[in-house]
Design a binder for this molecule. Structure first.
Ligand SMILES: [Zn+2]
Length: 454
């Protein structure tokens, strides 16, 4: 199918010069690699060297870079500005049967801010140390994955592989600030509808162990602010129902709930994504004075705010009742504001999870493809934070969160984020195997019986 006319397709000569000149920057660190692997690493470094940190990401330079990469492997691409100044790059590799649902290889181009003084190397130098560790903001989250998709496609094209299903690579802006101008606009667009997507791959997390982690859902984000009111009084007096006392009772109840959840992780009974997390993010009370607070007055109002993450399999209604009954009861002069961010179910009324059993052919294909490429998987998990995957799951699409980083410390959003070059290269092999399996898959939505007939 034809892609709509691009709104922005700028291509600068300066980029060519950048690409040509910087390929020698880190050549000395890549001496242990074959020349083709060294070139692969060099392309990853170029992507990392573009500063796309929020709040002022250099999106146009990234779009130019990605479009250059697509051209270099003879793929059509476009930069679509759903929101002006925030190009969304879409690269397509048409299948021989474009009527079959397609494969979406999704990543985001922005990265979180950094504190330069806490880094060993400039976070946009993509410096490689003597152990082959590539230091850069975005090396784990998630420029690695975006570039690995491209490298896997590059290898498949070189091997003359012909996809049956169409493959799309999407590079989205603004994931790190909620995705409203990125993934949210994309899923609402006519372009998205025209792609007829059957399955999505998005980001996961590094694994400190030798087995990769894989994610089939993510926790749902909720925020509450609770407010206690009470009679003001002299700082010396003991009396019932002061605002601070009412709030302290709630804080103790919430702390106990938090501990009960955390204990299950500590005991190894549950993983981080499988429990409800509650963390206090602000507290507010007191009567201001020129030097701070009036110290002999008990205030008439005290507030606290909490970030709550709920597994998609949990009973969110019962949690909401717990908040009303125990955390901010009206009987203690308390009120609360509950901010619901996003739905709990997909458009078909199902929980926002992707099946990881044989009823989902994409799961079997993925698992087998990783295994065939020499990778090992841990038990599938719920992603503890939020990602753009939720926008696709809300439409009922299967999404797997996978960032092939084994034996790697989890450093996303952390200082000195790095990824080892060998781990990166092995990840490309994983995607090569996955894309080959997905793009060759004949059936769609087949159940066990129909698969057995094949
Ligand atoms: Zn990310």
């Amino acid at each position: 199918m034809e892609l709509p006319t691009p709104k922005t397709l700028c291509f600068h000569l300066s980029l060519l010069i950048l690409v040509a000149s910087s390929s020698i920057i880190e050549a000395s660190h890549s001496s242990s690699l074959s020349s083709s692997d060294a070139e692969t690493i060099s392309r990853f470094q170029h992507y990392l060297q573009i500063n796309t940190s929020q709040p002022t990401p250099n999106y146009h330079q990234v779009a130019d870079f990605l479009i250059f990469q697509a051209k270099s492997i003879s793929l059509e691409s476009q930069a679509i500005e759903f929101v002006q100044g925030k190009p969304f790059v879409l690269i397509q590799w048409l299948g021989t049967n474009p009527n079959l649902p397609s494969i979406l290889l999704y990543s985001h181009t922005d990265v979180v801010p950094f504190e330069p003084e806490k880094w060993k190397y400039d976070p946009f130098s993509a410096h490689i140390d003597q152990n082959g560790n590539i230091y850069a903001r975005g090396s784990q989250d998630m420029k690695c994955v975006g570039m690995q998709y491209l490298e896997a496609v590059r290898r498949l094209k070189a091997s003359l592989f012909q996809p049956l299903r169409s493959i799309y690579l999407a590079f989205s802006p603004d994931e790190e600030i909620g995705g409203q101008d990125g993934a949210a606009k994309f899923v609402e667009s006519e372009v998205f509808k025209s792609l007829n997507i059957g399955v999505v791959l998005d980001e996961g997390l590094a694994s400190p162990e030798e087995n990769y982690r894989i994610f089939y859902g993510e926790r749902i984000s909720r925020r509450i602010g609770i407010t206690a009111t009470g009679e003001p009084g002299h700082g010396s007096r003991l009396y019932d129902n002061s605002a601070a006392e009412n709030l302290m009772k709630s804080l103790e109840t919430i702390r106990r709930f938090r501990a009960s959840q955390f204990d299950m992780i500590k005991a190894g009974l549950k993983k981080e994504g499988e429990v409800v997390s509650v963390n206090m993010v602000y507290s507010k009370a007191g009567t201001p004075s020129p030097t701070g607070f009036v110290m002999n007055v008990q205030p008439s109002k005290a507030e606290a705010g909490f970030d709550i993450r709920v597994p998609p399999t949990a009973d969110i209604e019962s949690l909401e009742r717990r908040i009303a009954d125990e955390w901010a009861p009206a009987s203690r002069n308390m009120t609360f504001q509950f901010v619901r961010k996003g739905p709990v179910h997909d458009v078909f009324g199902n929980p926002l999870i992707t099946k990881t059993n044989s009823s989902n052919p994409w799961w079997d294909l993925l698992k087998d493809a990783i295994q065939m490429a020499g990778g090992k998987l841990q038990q599938p998990e719920i992603f503890p934070a939020s990602s753009d995957a939720r926008f696709f799951r809300q439409l009922g699409l299967p999404v797997f969160g996978f960032s092939p980083m084994e034996n790697t410390p989890i450093l996303l959003h952390d200082h000195n984020e790095f990824l080892n070059q060998e781990v990166y290269l092995k990840g490309i092999t994983m995607y090569e195997s996955i894309i080959r399996a997905y793009a060759s898959y004949v059936e769609f939505g087949g159940n066990k019986e129909s698969k057995d007939e094949m």
